[in-house]
Design a binder for this molecule. Structure first.
Ligand code: 5GP
Ligand code: ZN
Length: 113
């Protein structure tokens, strides 16, 4: 098991767990790009959005719901925030395990596209 996020899910790499349930785990990004930078990751090893089956699509809705809830808890819901899911090499994905970035707490620079 050489996937770093699978190791965090298994508790083999210590990380501050912000939230978890049967499907999802949330922890702070090790290299934060904003005052709030959380990673909402699937517990199951799914390499990227491109590998999601139709049956797994509700997982994304669940992950977005958790992100929205955490944004409210962190009081950035009204100010605004950004959810990002990089997919594949040209999409800038570094860790090949499904995750969504929750970024906020400052005025974010324009998205690349
Ligand atoms: P990606 O480019 O794949 O969407 O983003 C992966 C993110 O995971 C990066 O922002 C990176 O800083 C973060 N990351 C990489 N390794 C670790 C780690 O071991 N622990 C945590 N908490 N974050 C990590
Ligand atoms: Zn994994």
């Amino acid at each position: 098991m050489d996937c770093i996020f699978c190791q965090i899910v298994a508790g083999k790499v210590p990380s501050k767990i912000v939230y978890q349930d049967a499907e999802v785990i949330v922890f702070p990004d090790i290299n934060p790009k904003a005052p709030i930078h959380l990673l909402i990751a699937s517990k199951k090893h799914i390499p990227s959005l491109a590998h999601l089956s139709e049956a797994e699509l509700p997982l994304i809705a669940h992950m977005v719901n958790i992100a929205n809830r955490l944004a409210k808890e962190k009081s950035i819901s009204e100010r605004g925030y950004r959810l990002v899911a990089n997919c594949g090499e040209e999409g800038g994905q570094l860790v090949p395990h499904l995750h969504i970035h929750l970024l906020g707490g400052k005025k974010l620079k324009d998205a690349p596209n």
